[in-house]
Design a protein around this ligand. Sequence first.
Ligand SMILES: Nc1nc2c(ncn2[C@@H]2O[C@H](COP(=O)(O)O[C@H]3[C@@H](O)[C@H](n4cnc5c(=O)[nH]c(N)nc54)O[C@@H]3COP(=O)(O)O)[C@@H](O)[C@H]2O)c(=O)[nH]1
Length: 893
Amino acid sequence: MTFARNSFVLRLVAGVVLMNAFVYLLVGAALYQSHLQYERQTTLSTQNLAQTLALSVSGTIKKIDVSLYAVTHQVEAQMARGQVDWPDLHDWVQRQHQLSPELDGMRITDAQGNLQYAEDIRPNARLNMADRPFFKQLINAPRGAMVISEPLVSRITHTWGMVLARRITAPDGQFAGVVSGFLPLDYFRSLFLPLDIGPHGLITLRDTQLHLWIRIPEIEGVGPNAGNTAVSQSTADMVRQHPEGATYETVVKLDGVRRRMAFRRVEGQPLYIFVGEATQDYLAGWYRELEVSLALAFGFTLITLGAANNSYRRRRNELATIEQLRRSKEDAERSGTRFRTLYNATGDAVWLRDGDHIIDCNAAALRMLGADSVEQLRQLTQRDYWAPVQANGRDAFEFGRELVETAFKDGSVRFEWLFKRLDNGLVFPTEISLNALELDGHPILQLLVRDITARKAAEEQIRHLAYFDPLTNLPNRRLLMDRLQQALAASAASGEMGALMILDLDNFKVLNDTQGHAVGDRLLLAVAQRIQSCLRPRDTVSRLGGDEYVVMLESLGTDRASAEAQAKGYAEQIRNALDQPYSILDEEVGHHSTASIGVTVFADHAVESSILLKQADVALYQAKAAGRNAVRFFSPAMQEAINARSAMEAALRHSLQGDGFRLFYQPQVNLDTGLIGAEALIRWFPEQHQAVSPAQFIPVAEDSGLIIPLGYWVMQTACRQLRLWANDARTRDLKIAINVSARQFHQPDYVERVREALQESGANPARLQLELTESVVLENVDEVVERMQQIRALGVTFSLDDFGTGFSSLSYLKRLPLDQIKIDQSFVRDVMTSANDAAIVRAIVAIAQSLGLQVIAEGVENQAQLDFLTETGCRVCQGYLFGRPEPIEDWTV
Ligand SMILES: Nc1nc2c(ncn2[C@@H]2O[C@H](COP(=O)(O)O[C@H]3[C@@H](O)[C@H](n4cnc5c(=O)[nH]c(N)nc54)O[C@@H]3COP(=O)(O)O)[C@@H](O)[C@H]2O)c(=O)[nH]1
């Protein structure tokens, strides 16, 4: 670029220099010619003027001479006649003077130079010219000779002038006097002054000795005295070389002005006329031309320089522009490359659309749309890769047109869009930022497209997690409640009835805790599938957690009886389906499970969804109470039960504040040693009511959480009783067993509360026995074992209550730090009539013995039972046979 600029500058400078040189050459030549012309003209004009003046002066002198001759002749003639007739001569002179008016007067002298006659003075004036050189010269001059004097001051007029004189020759040939005429220098002044010889022009009259006679313009102090011969050397040389006349140039000595001079000798006279035009005058025009020409030339130079400068600037700008363009291009290329790289590297698809067609796109766009190349996309229209119906259900083309209008109106718009891949037709969701742009003045659209399939999936997953049970993929409680709300609204609108049913697997906990969660999960999954298989697709099956499922049936018609019948049909169908063996264990024999189902029917919005759920739960409770594997419908009576339950809860709460509870103690007897202790059984005596059985209020206390304070009250009371017993030798070795509910045992501070109860009461821990049911110990066995060990470390012992009714697995039994197993009274009750129960009792006794645990039988009411137990090896019993639960005050030890 620098080289190009330098080269251009060189060419530009050369062009300007050449053009200017040419112009200046032309101007110079023209000026030179003009100068020559001016010189020639001046030479000519000065020559002509000098010549003219010389001729004029010559003519004047000749005319004067003629006049002088005429007078002289007259004088001589009169003298020849013997006497000069002065009056006649005067007339004669007057006539001659009229012919030569330049003369200042004509005079006549005698041979001695005495003035004889003068026109302008009195005749007898005594004047003598004999001393004048011209007089002396004429004395010896030939007859008829005329002499011109040097400039002199007239003795008559006292003015400068020259005397032209002729010799008067007497008839005898002797000198008789002089006839003269005085030609004042003013004559020459008047002759020269009107002439235009320029402001600094010069006309001089000199004699042959170059004495200055007159000079126009005059210089002060330089008069027509004969002695003034101040001329330049060149003038002197020229006059010497060219005595008749010549032209030349010189610096005039008197004023130092350079002039072009021309001089001419006045014909026949010793006089020179010099005419000079000052160089500054005659070249004034030329100087103007010079100025104008130089101005023009300079103007031209300026113009060319300006043009060159413009060209240079233009060129420089062009070069700069070119350079800038080159750099921009390079930058653009670089940034284009970078942009392309970014454009292609970005995970988001980017494309430019003009109307219906893609005009450019990045690699991500090709990948996203399943296209091979940009060219392929260019040839397609949107219809080829748009899902015709969008996620919002709108027609793609109509919806798309609106979005494009919005983009052009607002500049940009964001929205979600469904595309259809070109290679496999798969529809996928995207998020688009649609931007209206201008490309080369043409409106286009830029699309930044992000595939949000993964995001949608994540959102769906989150939504799924929020609304679906992760194990069974069934709707969870939240979604169920949503749908229930909708169903209630729909029911209110249509009048059609629906039903809500809660299913609870019987004894699921035992399976889960004994076989592990994986097995439990398999059962839960199988149950979910079986329930679904019994229902219509429109019905909702949900899992609330654990082994609890809820089914919602809709559109059961407007007739309640029919709706109930349909609901009952579905419920029974489900119950039957769930009653079938499951292949969830690694055993050939399938696992058997049943479910209890509570159902409620709804008709409109009248009942809240949470109430409906409670109604179904009440019905479920009834189903379980009815022996499980049963279906029960909610009824108003059940509602009453619910109300009663609520009332009981309130009463329990109230009693806990006061003293409505008492502990009854039922003896436990060792058949070999006698009384070994008692089981503390709670009794509730609500105000103004009869005593309520723990079988009734304990479940309510458990459900409401009241079992926790109630359980601590039991423990504290029992400990205090032990402490009392410790004071009596008859009772100090007796134990008290208390029932511990699962909810209480799993309280985080339970161990600490046991320690507190012991410490506060001062009871011997070894005398306190905690009865745990299988349901307590089967939940989180490891944690339970650890907690039991902590309590055992305090000295407290454990009995496993209701043994045989649960899973009774030896595997966990071995792990538990137990001291005693309690055979459930249900087996003892029928031991004499049921071989099965008898076998179970025998087995339990055997297990206890093999594990080194004490075994106690409860519910022993008669001797036959006792005998059987004795026979099997069970030596510790509890039951009515030995004593009913009684207040401690009624005990007789
Ligand atoms: N968590 C707690 N549960 C308690 C507490 N007190 C009692 N209970 C539990 O309530 C259920 C019912 O108890 P209850 O009505 O007291 O019945 C007990 C005995 O009275 C009864 N029993 C005892 N001997 C016989 C008999 O020979 N025949 C017969 N029909 N019944 C008899 O058995 C119940 C004792 O059961 P268990 O506890 O399994 O030993 C009951 O489940 C109690 O556990 C309490 O303070 N906390």
